[in-house]
Write a protein that binds this ligand. Structure first.
Ligand SMILES: C[S@@+](CC[C@H](N)C(=O)[O-])C[C@H]1O[C@@H](n2cnc3c(N)ncnc32)[C@H](O)[C@@H]1O
Length: 261
């Protein structure tokens, strides 16, 4: 893989141990940092990405900038739900406490965290992520990151992460094994031209969702299959989502296929 793992300069023993685990998990070389610059490491190993283990978790240096775990809008969206305001994604899922969600495109898990909060302790969220680097960063972040809000931290800890390609994973699942199957693929057409340069674009699996995967998702979902896409995206029609919902002024909309009860 196009990546080398190292540590911050003057790492603690825990950080050194974590770098070794990350290198083994990613099948990547482990470089002792000492005083070496990241530019020199990139040159020496001829890689694009450097995973730097640090006390706060891994930071991935990509040609598009740094990629690391953070809560993004999850806390704000959960506070909105606590205050009784709607969230377009959980509304599109018709997500209720106790339900199970398969998030096929976990990424940084912002959506999965909101889903995990809404599904509550009786529910469950399983996140699939095919990019090994993203899966590693997110699974460590979900295990370690603490929010000031206890309910948010609990929602993070309840999410299970699998490094897997949803095309293969869905095909192996029994019929009706999750209430909701959710897709948030990399937008085919980035909303802003600058999004092309974002660090995630260098790490993520950019393959489009296929009709075959949607068919499998319909078999697996007891209640709904939901697709998150840009407003007016041609993907909704191409993948035959009969209804689309979202805020009038929101750039994001949700395609919905009802699959049963
Ligand atoms: C737009 S991001 C998802 C963001 C996520 N909803 C969040 O809240 O952070 C899409 C993610 O899906 C992953 N992905 C794309 N195709 C995949 C596949 N076939 N199997 C598993 N993950 C996939 C990408 O690597 C990327 O991390």
């Amino acid at each position: 893989m196009n990546v080398v793992v190292t540590t911050v300069q003057k790492p603690s023993p825990d950080v050194v141990a974590e770098a070794a685990l990350l290198a083994a998990r990613l099948g990547a070389p482990l470089a002792e940092r000492e005083k070496t610059s990241l530019a020199a490491l990139r040159e020496r190993y001829r890689v694009n990405h450097i995973v730097v283990a640090s006390k706060a978790g891994p930071i991935v240096h990509t040609p598009g900038g740094e990629y690391f775990f953070h809560l993004s809008l999850a806390e704000l969206r959960i506070k909105n739900l606590i205050n009784g305001n709607p969230d377009h994604m959980t509304a599109a899922m018709d997500l209720k406490a106790g339900m199970t969600v398969l998030d096929c495109t976990l990424g940084l898990a912002t959506d999965a965290i909101v889903a995990s909060f809404a599904a509550g302790p009786e529910g469950a969220v399983l996140g699939l992520e095919s990019s090994p680097v993203i899966a590693a960063v997110t699974s460590l972040g979900l295990k370690r990151h603490d929010s000031d809000e206890e309910a948010v931290t609990a929602a993070l800890r309840r999410i299970t992460v699998e490094q897997a390609d949803y095309n293969e994973y869905l095909a192996d699942l029994p019929d009706k094994s999750f209430d909701i199957v959710f897709f948030d693929p990399m937008f085919r057409i980035p909303i802003r031209a600058s999004s092309n340069l974002k660090p995630v674009r260098f790490l993520a699996d950019q393959r489009p969702l296929t009709s075959e995967a949607v068919r499998e998702a319909c078999r697996v979902a007891r209640h709904r299959v939901v697709l998150k896409e840009a407003q007016r995206s041609p993907e909704f029609a191409r993948l035959q989502f009969p209804s689309v919902m979202g805020g009038k002024y929101s750039s994001i909309h949700y395609g919905i296929i009802e699959t049963g009860d």
